[in-house]
Design a protein around this ligand. Structure first.
Ligand code: CA
Length: 136
């Protein structure tokens, strides 16, 4: 996978108990996210479509959700809207993942209730930096 950048200081051991829900339909991306996040001490759970994302978010109560926008069954925008209607999901951090060309989705993602968005392919140094700032 090429990237072997040693990451020191940003996530650290304090991130050990923090759970990240990765909602992503593309298996390779899910695998890479799990690998990179677990390497930094995060606990990772996965969902392969928007409906499973909503179900796992409600069942597992992750600290943060990385929500792909282009998803089967229920897209990331609809899944975020659905989560934000739930009292217990109002405060959960949700970061939208959009491809470079999907600029039109970013405003939608934020208005649907996402706290931030990341452009794919994901720059993991940037992601870890974002997580360490959102989850102090
Ligand atoms: Ca996708």
């Amino acid at each position: 996978m090429g990237r072997e950048t040693a990451q020191t200081g940003s996530a650290g051991q304090d991130a050990a108990a923090q759970t990240v829900l990765v909602v992503e339909d593309f298996e390779d991306t899910r695998y890479l996210m799990r690998l990179e996040l677990e390497k930094r001490g995060y606990r990772v759970i996965e969902a392969v479509d928007g409906a499973e994302g909503v179900a796992k978010a409600l069942a597992e109560r992750p600290d943060i959700i990385l929500m792909d926008i282009g998803l089967p069954v229920l897209d990331g925008i609809a899944a975020t809207r659905e989560l934000r209607q739930r009292e217990e999901m109002r405060e959960t951090l949700i970061v939208a993942l959009t491809a470079h060309h999907e600029t039109e989705y970013r405003a939608n993602a934020l208005s649907a209730g996402c706290d931030a968005y990341l452009t794919k392919p994901v720059d993991f140094d940037w992601l870890i930096d974002l997580l360490s700032r959102l989850l102090p």
